[in-house]
Design a protein around this ligand. Sequence first.
Ligand SMILES: [Zn+2]
Length: 588
Amino acid sequence: MEDQVEEVKRKTDIVGLIGQYVALKKMGRHHKGLCPFHSEKTPSFMVNEEMGLYKCFGCGAGGDVIKFLMEIEGVDFREALERLAEKVGVKLVTRKSEFGSDKQKLLEVMELTARYYHWLLTESKAGVEARKYLNERKINDKLIETFNLGFSLQGWDNLMEYLTKKKGYSEVVLEKAGLISRRSGGGFFDKFRGRVMFPLQDSGGKVVGFTGRILPDLAKEGEPKYLNSPETEIYHKGRILYGFYQARQAIREIKRAVLVEGQMDMISSFGAGVTETVAVGGTALTDEQIELLARLTSTIYLSLDADEAGIAAIKRSAELAEKRGLEIKVVQIDGGKDPDEIARNYPNKWREMVEGAVDVYEFVMTRSLEKNDIKTMSGIKKITEEVMPFFVKIENSVMREVWTKKLAEKLGVEASVVKAEMERIKSGKNWAEKYPSKATEEVSLMENKMDKLARRLVGGLLICPAAKKKVEQWLKNTKLSGAAGKALLWVLASEEVGPAKIAELAPSELKSFIEDAYMAEGEGETEEKDVLELAVQLIRETIRESRKRLIVEMKKAKEAGDEQTEEALSGELSTLDREENKIMVLLG
Ligand SMILES: [Zn+2]
């Protein structure tokens, strides 16, 4: 398997593949273009043919051809690999344990079932009523085809008969697929009967489950309006977004996903031209679903019911999404209607409502202000209780500040008062861990600067190995830690440092550091003097850092009256000064 992945990667033309999505221009060693994963006006997205890698220096996206396809198409590793393998003519040998024949069989049977239901809806006499129902709901033939809608017969065993007698599947497989249920007296019966069928597809378009909506004329007492497939080996409801397969292209292009509740909402919205819509399908939004969307966009428009439960769901979704760095907006629906009704009857209005979506923090605050009387003490108390705990969780501190100020304005109090109250709410939780103090922030900023310099130096050395000899001599006494240090050692110690050599490294922090370094350089011509200049900067920076650290520690020792330590540190400082002088002489 490992070899086959490598073979597929090697045979795939990365510039050709990415070129289908991004206009690329050859620049030095790389191809360059506008990043498809974040919006930008000047290109910072690089593709390197020799390395078989892409990297965006704006948003950090990067990887190989498989990763690219996963992210741009929203498919999983397996699916991306299969698609590329097919293109380059590599026949994948699958291990039974990994992709068991069982799973394969379930997928086959689901595909057959979807086709059978679809045929019943579109071609058979039995489907007339269901067709009428859908047409009344303005779901036309084109939408029926796009979403592969179907109809399940009213009888108890039509599907079972078809799949066992005509197609030769066992009842065991059908039960595993969640298509039939066990009778208490023995035997089985069709799970879905007299329903309009919505196939649930995974991100690669494979049918993994169904939702069935009862035909109103056939509804019986005590039967649920909507019925879903149970969780099976191939269907995990938390991982599926209804309509994702059909909407993925639009989501990537329009750079947002509109999230609605039910299948009907999704299809009507899609039909109204909001083709970037997906449905959560009656469950709370999960991390996995957010992950799916985050592969394609960084903005989600929530369009969920605005009742109490709905608001709670909106808040929860916003928290999850914010953690993943996504922006959340809320489509405000008036008049207690659902997206389905509006999109179906007033498509223009629906599109306008989507365009007019507001920031989730704005939404929560405005709603609370509308609902509660700001002139009464109890009203103000209610507002603070509803809004502040939500604002406190905003991870981006600038955003948190902005919204705190807005809330203070609305309440007519000083921002500092609201802030103090938020601090109080915060302190109830383990806040220190989540929000490190200024000191640690500074340290990480510093590390970033050193890292950046080291990365550029490594990149320079990769492209211009002629500079290695001098740099090695200069850096003899400079200690660098982490991946940066390891990468420098590697590049200085290796005889040959071309792309082929880098590819041989085992996947690790070191390898990705070196890959990034390589991708960051090489757009223009890097000459020896540029590389040496980088080395000088890096040495200066390390010395400056060491001096700063020593002075701080000396001060501490002095305050503590620890003369011995103070003396030792002072000795270190003089050594450092001598070191610096030596290096400066060396550098000329
Ligand atoms: Zn980017």
